[in-house]
Design a protein around this ligand. Sequence first.
Ligand SMILES: Cc1ncc(COP(=O)(O)O)c(C=O)c1O
Length: 429
Amino acid sequence: MKEIEDKIKHYPYLKYEEDLLHISKKPSLSIVEKIATPFFLYLPERFEHNYTHLKTALSKHVAKSHISYAIKANYLGRVLQQAKSLNMNAEAMSLFELLLAERAGFNFNQIVFNGPAKTVQELELAMTKGIQYLNVESMNELQTIENIAKAKELKQEITIRIHPLLSEETEKKLLIKKNSKLGIDYDRATKLYKYAKNSPHLEPNGVHVHVGTNLISHSFYEELFVFMNKYIKELVNKHGIEIEYLNLGGGLASKSTLDSNGFDLNRYAEQISTSIENVDNMTVILEPGRYLVEDSFVAVAKVLRTKSSWGRKWAFIDIGANSLIPMRYSHYLAVPGQNKGKGPYCRIGGPLCLPVDVISNESVSYQIDEEDLIMVLNCGAYTLSMSEQFGYPRPAVYELDTVGEIKIIKKADIVEDMVKEAFSFENDS
Ligand SMILES: Cc1ncc(COP(=O)(O)O)c(C=O)c1O
């Protein structure tokens, strides 16, 4: 069926053979023989593929670069271990994420630490352990860092997270706009640089920008990089600040989304090298989350029930919005475990008693019946890390490795434990 073939075109690990969906060559039906739905399936091969493509493109155009995996996108231990084994760095936003990174084997000199309101405890821990990429967003944060550095008799390298000046039209489309809580306008940022330059305990040597997610536009990057180049030149020429680290943040859409929109990672890397003068004297840092993990996970679900109402058919699957978080930038795709051909138009929803619990606002036109398997694609980013026990337990996560073995990497919540937890105060007395 063309609709299904079109949907999976940019997911090379999916294939229908005799109308049965295979995931990384494994028949989906054979996977659910042993494992009860719903569950997430992690495909480490895809994660590596995504990383390799980005790193190869960058290396062709930029002399020095780091890819720092944004832990917030998906903090599962196996994902972090794989990021580490691929020689990535990590990006963290809290004590929890710093400790996760440490547990996965990252040294603090491989971690970018972000966040608009880091606590003194977090800063002290990070600085004691030798945090290398400390991103700062306000004058009082900078002064707190200076005080800690002074007490510890060290000189702390810092990067300032700026919000760039882009055209009104571009600003309108961004998730993180000028008046958002993140970053600092470039005029104030310059004041932070000047303050830091005059402090014996601070070394301002990086600039950071991160303004959105699911970005797929070469012209957007052109505009951003031109601004960054202008700003860096001003820092160097007017204020004598040497920029060693250019952190261009996260924000890339998933590999499959980029592919389906004709976005070329080589061109993106080339745009960096042609827009930023002296880029070869800097280390370019990227902090992708969504790009690496979004299409490295598949959610495997079963249809619990179907119904028709007001002229629309519905199929309700056993995984819902408590783990497939409905966010502005999520675009889940549902494909069947078995292609049964054309059927009536049908919307797919989860089991929650909530109207937003729909997999997508588009109807599918393939035949769906109760008990059928449905795979939800594009579900690896900002799902497991943001999931809730909202009425339902969070599903287990399995890994399908390169030799076709499946192993559990995170247990499902148990409903009885959730009930116990809600009444845990009774055991305290
Ligand atoms: C500072 C920073 N870097 C990187 C990321 C990762 O973004 P994405 O998953 O869109 O690549 C985020 C996400 O919110 C972020 O806040």
